[in-house]
Design a protein around this ligand. Structure first.
Ligand code: DMJ
Length: 527
């Protein structure tokens, strides 16, 4: 009764309170927007410079010790290749567009020189089809675009695309095998998952192959990649979700887990980025209904996993497991981006959006995205990144989350590592661009400082750490290529002004390589 009276008396106040809770615009909110709704947040130059210095610390050590090798080990100061036949420059190519965005012209000139004179795909060995596409093909395409069309990058991208393409023809339904012999131009089964291909891997090649088709005018690249999505669309499960494996002989999902973590993650990411609107919307509803959960004590939103299980009568069913990988942290930003595009009622959504500008599902996804980012920041509340956001209201409540298998008295488990992954900062970057909320920059800075404190190797480079909940942190001798392609790029962009790679003009592939949005000149066979 009292509530009804309050709503009746103060409708605007109530609307503002609800919008604030949802992270949406108040009518009078000013977030650096101009009347055209184009944001122009100011760059935070000192923080950008700190991120550039971190990039240089990583790159210069790699260049000194391992130039051209696929991977880098900063503690032993050496490189290694993914195959015995020699490398194809994973780290070099994954880093080039970050150099261009950061304005590191000398570093870029040396990297370009390596690509032009030393890079070779004539390697008689098996490379992962997905990783090679997202890191190397994606990196070359973004470098081509950001250099204003340096032909060497397109030449290499076309050659690599042509070498990968045959793997799409090696299975009955056109699903690419998970490995490709680059010299023989032949797809190869993953010996550990024979007969199966991973959903995320086959459905995360489309942005790169479509853009390659557009640049080269060779439709074949587009057709082969797009056919995969048609097979998946046919095979979809009733709730719109996808298992992590597909049987490539049958073109059907195998009985396997459903999750947004490993082998599932970028399938969901690329539904939005390929703009497969109907599939995207149906799938996000499937996620909302089946996977989104709240933690028991402070009601934190997270995504659970569904694992296939037989009941006592032998009937197949699904068991919900309350486990979320760090990999899932891409989802918060992705949902917010989806809400302002497929979930928008107007062409130019305000920054942050006003409630009336989003459809009901857009509003739902916006809110879930905002909450998931908070959860991801919560999971950073560990010994290596203490937070000032700790929920002190319920000191005796059971913990909302814990690192799977971690026990203080036992050696660190696999899940306790931080391997320099980007997903949380990726979401923070997108959320900041869509809202202008400074909290996202503060959170990103906290993560950056923790990387500097615990992962930096003084002699050069950054290393993974074995247990995020233990200080001093013990390092592992590996610097993943996505530190330079994704983590530091997203941090840099978080502190840039919004004119740098605007989200309505660029789509970031899953390895953070920005590809421009374009109007296809090729007839698309799948919608
Ligand atoms: C990256 O290689 C890509 O983002 C991929 O989609 C999965 N995760 C790693 C980084 O964590």
């Amino acid at each position: 009764m009292l509530l009804a009276f309050f709503i009746y008396q103060y409708p605007q106040l109530v609307e503002n309170l609800i919008n604030e809770w949802l992270g949406l615009s108040k009518e009078d909110a000013i977030y650096g927007t101009n009347s055209d709704n184009v944001i122009n947040f100011q760059a935070d130059i000192p923080k950008q410079e700190a991120v550039v210095n971190a990039f240089k610390h990583a790159w210069l050590a790699y260049e000194r010790d391992a130039m051209g090798d696929d991977e880098y080990h900063p503690i032993s100061k050496q490189g290694s290749n993914l195959t015995k036949a020699g490398g194809i420059g994973y780290t070099v190519v994954d880093s080039i567009d970050t150099m261009l965005i950061m304005g590191l012209h000398d570093e870029h000139a040396r990297a370009r020189d390596w690509v032009a004179n030393k890079m070779s795909f004539e390697r008689d060995a098996n490379f992962n089809t997905f990783e090679t596409t997202i890191r190397v093909l994606g990196g070359l395409l973004a470098a081509y675009h950001l250099t204003g069309g340096d032909p060497i990058y397109l030449e290499k991208a076309r050659e690599l695309g042509e070498r990968i393409l045959p793997t799409f023809d090696d299975t009955a339904h056109g699903l690419p095998l998970s490995q490709i012999n680059l010299a023989l131009r032949k797809g190869v089964e993953d010996p550990d998952t024979r007969g199966l291909v991973s959903t995320a891997e086959v459905a995360t090649l489309q942005l790169e192959f479509r853009y390659l088709a557009y640049l080269t005018d060779e439709e074949i690249f587009w057709e082969k990649a797009e056919r995969v999505m048609a097979v998946i669309k046919q095979a979809r499960l009733p709730h719109g979700l996808a298992s992590i494996f597909i049987n490539h002989e049958q073109g059907k999902f195998a009985t396997s887990s459903i999750r947004l973590g490993s082998r599932g993650d970028s399938y969901y990411e690329y539904l939005l980025k390929q703009y497969l609107q109907t599939m995207y919307e149906e799938t996000m509803t499937g996620i909302d209904k089946n996977l989104i959960q709240k933690s028991a004590s402070s009601q934190m939103i997270y995504t659970a996993e569904l694992n296939p299980e037989r009941d006592q009568k032998g009937q197949m069913g699904w068991r919900l497991t309350p486990k979320q990988d760090h990999l899932v942290c891409f989802l918060g930003g992705s949902l917010m981006l989806g809400a302002t595009t497929t979930g928008a009622l107007v062409n130019d959504v305000s920054i942050p959006p006003r409630a009336g500008e989003l459809t009901p599902t857009g509003l739902r996804d916006w809110k879930t995205g905002v909450e998931l980012i908070k959860t991801c920041m919560h999971t950073h509340e560990t010994a290596t990144i203490p937070s000032d956001n700790l929920d002190k209201t319920m000191p005796n409540a059971p913990p909302d989350w814990y690192i799977k298998g971690a026990r203080a008295d036992l050696p660190a488990v696999y899940d306790a590592r931080y391997i320099l992954r980007p997903e949380t900062v990726e979401s923070l970057f997108i959320a900041y661009r869509l809202t202008g909320d400074e909290q996202y920059r503060r959170d990103g800075w906290k993560i950056f400082q923790a990387i500097e404190k615990h992962c930096k190797v003084e002699s050069g480079g950054y290393a993974a750490i074995i247990n995020v909940d233990k200080v001093p942190a013990e390092k592992e001798d590996k610097m993943e290529t996505f530190l330079m392609s994704e983590t530091l790029k997203y941090l840099y962009l978080l502190f840039s002004d919004a004119s740098v790679l605007p989200l309505d003009q660029y789509v970031f592939n899953t390895e953070a390589h920005p590809l421009p949005v374009f109007n296809p000149t090729i007839r698309t066979g799948f919608s």
